[in-house]
Ligand binder design. Structure first.
Ligand code: ADP
Ligand code: MG
Length: 277
């Protein structure tokens, strides 16, 4: 890690003071028949450069709608989204966004999928290819760069989608349930791997998940949302040393945080009268 992001003894990056991502007083939703339907409201989230934050919440509480707004695919109904000092309007090219479905293009090889973000940014194809091939080894994908998505296992497809999302050096990275569709063992393996490849990065990372352990293994801070229309019902700092792995989940501080998150989830559900999804 370089620049003004300092790594403390715990491995938790210190705040730089300037938020990489700032969401303040935001409401998001969709329009139908001229009516605005709010799916999440009063959202305040700060993720500094070098920090990793997670949002957990039940299905339908507006997590993906929020990420789409942060990515610049939609505008919030209310409030402000800022990336560093960049005006709200210019988010599209600055935010890397891995959507809930991996959305790899089936007619492109792993390498050609991986370089897509660079291609869209106008990087010459040979330069983009070289960058993608170099990073592919870090992602354990060197042997499959010429394969097509359908030839890969689910875990490899997720890694290819992550490679594509992380390749452009975007200051903000959004991950929407990146491991949701995988079996438990593959998921845990990829969570540990993701922590190791992202730990050095100086970007602001925001992960959406409905998996409490995943949030605690990866994040510096966890925001808990209530069922839709979602609001933030608790914010929890995770001061557990890194690297975090299989032995972390049995530590007393991990278990205490897990139980706090689970009770925040169920009290949010009780307050809104909804059942947990
Ligand atoms: P989450 O990611 O937390 O599961 P979403 O943000 O995907 O939730 O969706 C929140 C709610 O809004 C869901 O009930 C979803 O069906 C609804 N929704 C989101 N976008 C649209 C849309 N364009 N049209 C109709 N319903 C939508
Ligand atoms: Mg979603």
């Amino acid at each position: 890690m370089t620049g003004n992001v300092e790594t403390l003894g715990t491995g938790v990056p210190a705040s730089t003071g300037t938020p990489g991502l700032s969401v303040s007083g935001v409401s998001v939703g969709y329009e139908m028949g001229g009516e605005r339907c709010v799916v999440a409201r009063d959202l305040n989230i700060e993720v500094a450069a070098g920090e990793f934050a997670a949002i957990i919440g039940p299905s339908g509480c507006g997590k993906s709608t929020l990420l789409s707004a942060i990515a610049g695919l939609a505008e919030p109904f209310e409030g402000q989204i800022r990336i560093g000092n960049t005006p709200t309007a210019n988010r599209l090219g600055i935010v890397a966004y891995m959507q809930q479905k991996d959305l790899l293009l089936p007619w492109r090889t792993v390498l050609a999928n991986a370089r897509l973000g660079l291609e869209l940014a106008g990087v010459a194809q040979d330069v983009a290819n070289e960058a993608a091939a170099e990073r592919a080894s870090e992602f354990g994908l060197s042997n499959v760069i010429d394969s097509y998505p359908w030839q890969l296992s689910g875990g490899m497809r997720q890694r290819a989608a992550l490679l594509r999302a992380t390749l452009p050096e975007s200051p903000v990275l959004l991950l929407d349930e990146p491991f949701g569709a995988l079996d438990a063992i593959t998921r845990r393996h990829l969570q540990e791997w993701l922590a190791s490849v992202l730990d050095r990065a100086e970007r602001a990372v925001l992960l959406v998940t409905h998996d409490v352990e995943e949030a605690l293994l990866l994040a510096d801070r966890v925001y808990v949302m209530s069922p839709g229309p979602g609001t933030i019902v608790d914010t929890v700092d995770v001061a557990i040393d890194r690297p975090r792995g299989e032995s972390t989940v049995t530590m007393p501080e991990f278990i205490a945080l897990k139980s706090r998150l689970l009770s925040a989830l169920s009290s949010g559900a009780a307050a809104s009268g909804g059942a947990p999804a």
